[in-house]
Design a protein around this ligand. Structure first.
Ligand code: PEP
Length: 239
């Protein structure tokens, strides 16, 4: 069955890289899985292809209006964007995004029919002090509380252990499997919906064989390795 593979370019690639990137994606990307590419906002209009859907890396908490520097859900929707990454650990950490802001962003996504990819994960400290399940449960319940079942049924979760992002270190197959089940169980029992859960954190060609073994995985969220279209296409093929 096709899975969902999401590319997060973060603040990478220049306008001069985009032509080659799109050419290489169009040449190399297979239809083995469903693909979402989340480029920088300024590159979004150039990413038109039948081979993937478009995602954004963030969204404003505001509706259209006098909010200098912001990009709204309505603007994203009108730019053919279908998915939005919400609550990425880099935004939580570097921009001090807390649950109240993340909730407002989810609200904006649901309002304009955008599919949020909500990122959750534990820090290295949480993991070393055996607090992973406690942290995930609290984050999920605080963030998702108050949304309708209909909205939540559209949600995608990305489990991204913070200690794995960009470090080359990944959890074991068993750890990923257990945490994905745990996340799915929490959401099923609290909100009566089944959600897709992706894994993100140092996904590379070298560990894709291992990640393929994770039985309950619905897809991947790939940062660094998605900035090269040929590498990204290869990972999609190997997954
Ligand atoms: C990410 O930032 O969402 C991510 C998964 O990054 P990387 O693949 O580079 O670890």
């Amino acid at each position: 069955m096709k899975k969902l593979v999401v590319a997060n370019h973060k603040a990478n690639l220049s306008m001069s890289d985009i032509g080659d990137y799109i050419f290489n994606i169009n040449t190399n990307l297979s239809d083995k899985h469903n693909i979402v590419i989340c480029p920088s906002y300024i590159h979004i209009p150039f990413f038109t292809s039948e081979k993937f859907e478009l995602g954004a890396q963030d969204v404003s908490i505001y509706d259209n209006g006098s909010y200098t520097g912001e990009v709204t859900s309505e603007q994203l929707k009108s730019s053919n964007v279908k998915y939005v990454i919400v609550g990425h650990s880099e935004r939580r950490e570097l921009f001090d995004e807390k649950e109240n802001i993340i909730k407002l962003k989810l609200k904006q996504c649901f309002k304009n029919d955008l599919i949020p990819i909500l990122c959750v994960g534990e820090t290295k400290d949480d993991k070393l002090s055996n607090r992973t399940s406690q942290v995930l449960r609290r984050t999920l319940l605080e963030t998702l509380n108050g949304f309708s079942k209909e909205d939540l049924s559209k949600l995608v979760i990305a489990y991204e252990p913070i200690w794995s992002i960009g470090t080359g270190i990944t959890p074991t197959i068993k750890e990923i499997e257990e945490i994905i089940s745990f996340i799915k169980d929490i959401i099923r029992s609290a909100y009566k919906v089944d959600v897709k859960v992706l894994y993100g954190g140092s996904v590379k060609e070298e560990n894709i064989d291992k990640l393929k073994e994770v039985g309950n995985l619905d897809g991947l969220l790939i940062g660094g390795a998605s900035n090269n279209a040929i590498t990204f296409s290869k990972i999609v093929d190997l997954f």
